[in-house]
Design a protein around this ligand. Structure first.
Ligand SMILES: [Ca+2]
Length: 146
């Protein structure tokens, strides 16, 4: 009987803890990259992606899949990332860290909860070589990353 009373008193506390442990307004996003179909287009450098909204951001998401060799020539790679409270999407930022340049054909971000998706084309190099940018921005409302 005593245990029963404790359980009844604890129940709301558990419920509240459970609710707060859920990430508020977390959305699941899918990132799909396409690597150019040209020589040396692939990269073994680290690719880091920021997803920036008007209320928050995902910083330095590192797409990498253990099962496959990412970012090969003419290859499409797909990753999932959870983002909490970013609000309205503003832009995507891609940072290359390393000396192996990457020719990115395009990148698509899809919100798997709402079904909305954004596609940006680029078709050029991201490289730490001074001739190319190591960071490109893909802004909502624009068709190309710059
Ligand atoms: Ca390369």
């Amino acid at each position: 009987m005593r245990n029963g009373i404790i359980a009844k008193q604890m129940l709301p506390t558990f419920a509240v803890c459970f609710l707060f442990s859920l990430p508020a307004f977390a959305d699941l996003y899918e990132i799909e990259t396409r690597t150019c179909d040209r020589e040396d287009a692939g990269t073994d450098s680290d690719v880091l992606i920021d997803i920036v909204g008007d209320r928050g951001r995902v910083q330095g998401f590192r797409p990498a899949s253990p099962e496959r060799n990412d970012f090969r020539r003419n290859q499409v790679d797909t990753y999932q990332v959870s983002a909490s409270n970013i609000g309205v999407l503003r832009w995507l930022r891609i940072n290359l860290s390393g000396t192996d340049g990457w020719c990115m054909e395009s990148i698509r971000l899809r919100n798997l909860d709402t079904g909305r998706s954004w596609l940006w084309r680029y078709g050029s190099w991201i490289d730490t070589d001074s001739a190319y940018p190591a960071t490109v921005m893909c802004r909502v409302g624009q068709r190309y990353c710059r």
